[in-house]
Design a protein. Structure first.
Length: 132
């Protein structure tokens, strides 16, 4: 049995403490704080803690989903870096053969859009991609 908080919980608690205690102690208005850069830095660090918490929670599933999408699109298994490199190669025009002959543009767009939506859910959930 695990009887300690996980990384997500700890990072969220750190962010909350930074905002509730440190930032509020520095004052509501950064220009009135004893050190205005400390106010800004506190908010940045709190935001980074929240991003890391979401990465810890959502990152592994997001990577697996992107790998699955790329494997389906490219018709071969591989690691994420290998699949991304393969997609890059496939999207590069070589000679007279246009990109559209090799991969369906709509499928490529859908895979990339889904990946962006997963990344935004981690980095900036308030920037939701419509339809995702």
């Amino acid at each position: 049995m695990i009887d300690r908080p996980d990384a997500t919980t700890l990072l969220s608690a750190m962010a909350d403490a930074l905002i509730a205690d440190v930032a509020s102690a520095l004052g509501r208005d950064p220009s009135e704080a004893p050190d205005p850069t400390a106010h800004y830095t506190t908010r940045v660090v709190a935001n980074l803690c929240r991003i890391l918490a979401r990465e810890t929670e959502l990152g592994p599933a997001a990577s697996r989903a992107t790998i699955r999408d790329l494997e389906c699109l490219l018709g071969r298994p591989g690691s994420l870096p290998e699949l991304v490199a393969r997609l890059d190669d496939r999207l590069t025009v070589d000679g007279k053969r246009p990109v559209a002959d090799r991969l369906d543009r709509v499928e490529v767009f859908n895979v990339l859009k889904a990946d962006v939506a997963r990344r935004l859910a981690i980095a900036r959930p308030d920037y939701a991609v419509p339809g995702q």
